[in-house]
Design a protein around this ligand. Structure first.
Ligand SMILES: [Zn+2]
Length: 420
């Protein structure tokens, strides 16, 4: 009998360890840059909700479906008073009590040899009245590496066009305070669909923008369209596109690692979260489409946000939109997407759409939420005012006026205000 209990408990422990996501404190250190880096170890990537509270100043990290190795309360050095951890039902809660407001970044969850490293990074900032963080925008350049995507006249490849548009958007977001771009691919790399949205989660993306260019057997079909995910694709074209992806999707599902986040399972566990994400995706998609319609160079293929079964958009909680920037198989569109001015217009429409979305649906405690009146753009080497004006859809005059620029002079490192 004793032996049986022993075997039973081993069996039980095995089951336990395979399902629970154990959260364990790992380290805290102040880097030479002044950044404070706090690490926890997880078994697998989790659904995380993180936010700052004021008066008294605190940071809260809520790790869903996980178990704390131990509940604890430890005193820390300035600006952190203490770090507390406690089990709250099926969630692990990490609370940082702070002496003052700080600039923080959403936690990242990186895969290491010893499991997943949850990293929280924060920085002292005497000027802050409230704790503040950046908005992380995942930019997913479609295709890449061994997958060229659609092919247009003169062998123009979709994968090259999508990367160049993505880089334009990255630049605008990088140099605008409060936004942080996350490039899902940076070069001509092969990245499977699964890794694309897994990485968006791992690096704390607030929204996910996938950039593509259509292809069709009739070269007369042209124009840009915007998609969000749906079980039932809403148009025939959307359904056709989805079919093409089906085989790839099956292969990609097999690539799910034990430490990856299971989006399919999470959609069943948190249906309300998912419903909210779909609604937000629709608002975000509409904002981007509105801007594309204003762009004098871009023709619109579909007047409304379309639905399609694009797996990259299926994250449970990250609003996700796919932009087809035009038909690469149409000579007019191909010409537009081949040149920098045409690509810049697409990137600008996406940026303005994103910014409008966050102006109307702010994430509490982000820099954009705390500074709603204007954008702060840092001038880079090689920048000229006329290009900046095009980038943000404003005039040189407007920039000059609100920044009191004498003779329109700008210099690298200077921060200018942009009012949209
Ligand atoms: Zn594509």
């Amino acid at each position: 009998m004793k032996k049986l209990i022993f075997i039973y408990s081993i069996f039980f422990i095995c089951i336990e360890s395979s399902s629970a996501n154990l959260v364990k404190f790992s380290s805290i250190q102040e880097l030479p840059s002044g950044e404070i880096s706090i690490n926890f170890k997880l078994d697998k990537v989790a659904l995380i909700n993180s936010y700052a509270l004021n008066e008294p100043s605190r940071l809260v990290i809520d790790i869903k479906d996980s178990e704390l190795f131990e509940e604890s309360e430890t005193r820390q050095n300035y600006p952190i008073k203490k770090i507390r951890t406690n089990q709250d039902g099926t969630s692990s809660k990490i609370v940082l009590d702070l002496y003052e407001s700080i600039y923080w970044q959403k936690p990242t969850q990186e895969q290491t040899k010893n499991g997943v490293l949850l990293n929280l990074s924060l920085k002292k900032d005497k000027n802050l009245k409230k704790s503040t963080r950046d908005i992380i925008v995942a930019i997913d350049a479609g295709h890449g590496g061994k997958y060229p995507g659609a092919v247009g006249p003169n062998n123009i490849l979709e994968k090259d066009v999508t990367l160049l548009i993505s880089k334009e958007l990255e630049r605008t977001l990088r140099d605008t305070k409060g936004y942080k771009p996350l490039m899902i691919r940076d070069g001509d790399e092969t990245i499977n669909l699964n890794d694309r949205y897994q990485n968006a989660r791992k690096y704390g993306a607030d929204i996910f923008i996938s950039i593509h260019a259509d292809g069709f057997r009739l070269s007369s079909v042209k124009g840009a369209s915007v998609f969000i995910w749906s079980d039932e694709a809403s148009s025939t074209i959307a359904r056709n596109l989805s079919d093409k992806q089906r085989k790839r999707i099956q292969a990609d599902i097999k690539n799910l690692l034990p430490s990856d986040f299971d989006e399919d399972m999470a959609r069943k566990t948190y249906p309300e979260t998912y419903k909210n994400k779909i609604n937000q995706s629709k608002i975000l998609g509409t904002k981007i489409l509105e801007q594309l319609k204003r762009d004098p160079f871009t023709k619109i293929h579909k007047q409304n946000v379309e639905f399609a079964d694009f797996r990259v958009l299926k994250s449970i909680d990250i609003p996700s939109v796919l932009v087809e920037s035009g038909f690469i198989t149409n000579p007019e569109d191909a010409n537009r997407l081949k040149g920098k001015p045409g690509r810049r217009m697409i990137a600008r429409s996406i940026f303005l759409g994103i910014h409008n979305y966050f102006q109307e649906n702010p994430i509490v405690g982000t820099y954009i939420d705390n500074n709603p009146n204007h954008l702060s753009y840092e001038i880079q080497r090689g920048d000229v005012l006329s290009e900046i004006a095009i980038r943000f859809g404003v005039t040189i005059d407007q920039i000059s006026r609100i920044n009191n620029l004498e003779n329109n002079t700008i210099y690298p490192g200077q921060t200018i205000k942009i009012k949209i």
